[in-house]
Design a binder for this molecule. Structure first.
Ligand code: HEC
Ligand code: HEC
Length: 392
């Protein structure tokens, strides 16, 4: 059992106890100004607090190290790490575009089949990639460097850059305690990825109007809670109520960190399909960079148990990552293939969902919601309230 959900449930119980206490003796009037009932409030409170407590990654010995963050940031924007000298991580994960590229499907040296994921709050993930084919942020950062369709450099080229650039060489030695001259090229690629991971761990979104609302509910501060627009309140009620969105998009990041089938077509071209999580598990298990392998820095590789346990079964075919719903106003288009342009398009998708497209357990939850125009607008208002406007 993962310790995180246990702590999480513990916190919820505490918060609910505080909630009850906060209203003792205040009379029903204070509450009637809120559009939400007790059950809805209890569910909404579970989507916080925010920001999360910063945690380091035990499998990455430079996680949380400030000098590694600075080195990783440089490398993240460095186009020398590509075969044509023109592509950096930031080409696809552009901070001005919500750490993505604004395109439906990514293009590096070649066009890819999937949408570029944003890097907002990425350190909270358990699995990485739309199909979870990696189990750490640093392992996920190795792939694009070497992948012929993305940046496509060789480990020897990466080693030459670190050894010949005086600034990078000094920074590398400071962070890793040894000269790049003394390390094997593949070990250097992994170290580059670990410093890039340290950098990406710092990409955390700010507090939103939803977070203010949620915290006001925890404090029992009805007056402050009323600053949250009524449309967003109705959307929140739908999200945790009839919409059942919170069965998958749960917790402070609005994701259960698992995979599901939300009825998005998985054809990538004539006769070609994206097998999603089914293939992802296969790639994860066979990766030399997974948590069971020698590059994991955690004592006794104790972080490897989820990877050992995960099993490939037919249900995982065509499943994709349940994405976080924070800061979506910056990260259009949406879904694993970038097929939906706006948040309204996503809501319309759930409203009219085609059950014939769903072939896994998702079908047990998802049903066409047949939302009215007002309900659709309310859900969009709620989703928008999970983003900070300042970043735009
Ligand atoms: C050609 C465009 C492109 C480049 C270059 C690129 N990425 Fe990505 N990135 C993607 C796409 C597409 C995905 C989704 C991958 C998938 O599901 O197969 C992704 C996913 C990720 C994720 C997973 C996020 C999550 O929530 O699971 C991380 C982390 C990441 N990239 C980091 C990097 C780093 C670090 C670099 C540079 C070494 C990089 N990327 C270079 C397109 C790119
Ligand atoms: C059965 C689990 C499940 C339920 C229930 C669910 N979702 Fe999702 N959601 C997913 C999955 C999986 C994806 C990604 C699907 C894909 O790309 O193929 C997704 C994608 C999204 C996205 C796109 C995010 C992005 O970055 O691309 C939004 C927005 C969203 N869901 C909102 C909602 C709302 C609103 C509801 C309720 C009406 C809801 N979801 C119900 C599983 C679920």
């Amino acid at each position: 059992m993962n310790p995180i959900p246990t702590i999480f449930i513990g916190c919820t119980a505490l918060i609910l106890a505080l909630w009850d206490g906060a209203f003792a003796g205040q009379g029903p009037d204070n509450r009637s100004k809120l559009l939400l009932n007790d059950l809805e409030i209890a569910k909404i409170i579970r989507h916080g607090p925010w920001p999360p407590i910063r945690q380091t990654d035990p499998s990455n010995r430079v996680s949380g190290n400030e000098a590694a963050v600075a080195l990783g940031e440089r490398l993240f924007f460095d186009t020398r790490l590509s075969a044509n000298g023109q592509i950096a991580c930031s080409t696809c994960h552009n901070p001005k575009l919500g750490w993505t590229d604004g395109k439906a499907r990514a293009g590096g040296l070649e066009r890819l089949d999937r949408n570029t994921q944003s890097l907002f709050n990425v350190s909270g993930n358990r699995w990485f990639g739309w199909a979870g084919h990696n189990d750490s942020l640093w392992a996920q950062s190795i792939g694009p460097i070497l992948d012929e369709r993305e940046m496509g450099v060789t480990p020897d080229r990466v080693a030459a850059i670190l050894r010949n650039d005086p600034d990078l060489k000094r920074r590398y030695s400071d962070v890793f305690g040894t000269s790049p001259d003394l390390r094997k090229p593949m070990d250097l690629v992994v170290d580059v990825a670990k410093s890039m991971a340290a950098f990406q761990e710092t990409i955390v979104t700010g507090r939103t109007s939803f977070d203010m609302f949620r915290d006001a509910l925890v404090r029992g501060d009805t007056k402050a809670a009323q600053n949250y627009p009524q449309s967003a309140q109705r959307g929140a009620a739908l999200f945790v109520g009839r919409g059942q969105c919170n069965l998958c998009h749960i917790g402070a990041r609005f994701t259960n960190d698992e995979f599901d089938d939300a009825g998005v077509p998985y054809f990538t071209g004539p006769g070609r399909v994206d097998r999603g999580r089914f293939k992802g598990i296969q790639q994860l298990k066979s990766s030399p960079f997974n948590q069971l392998g020698r590059y994991n820095d955690a004592p006794e590789r104790a972080t490897g148990w989820p990877t050992r346990q995960v099993a490939q079964n037919h249900r995982t075919f065509g499943q994709f990552k349940v994405p976080s719903l924070r800061q979506l106003t910056d990260t259009a288009p949406y879904m694993h293939n970038g097929s939906l342009l706006t948040l309204r398009d996503v809501i319309d998708h759930y409203s009219n969902i085609d059950l014939d497209r769903i072939h896994s357990d998702g079908a047990l939850i998802l049903r066409p919601l047949n939302l009215t125009e007002q309900e659709s607008k309310d859900l969009v208002a709620f989703l928008r309230s999970l983003s900070t406007p300042e970043l735009k």
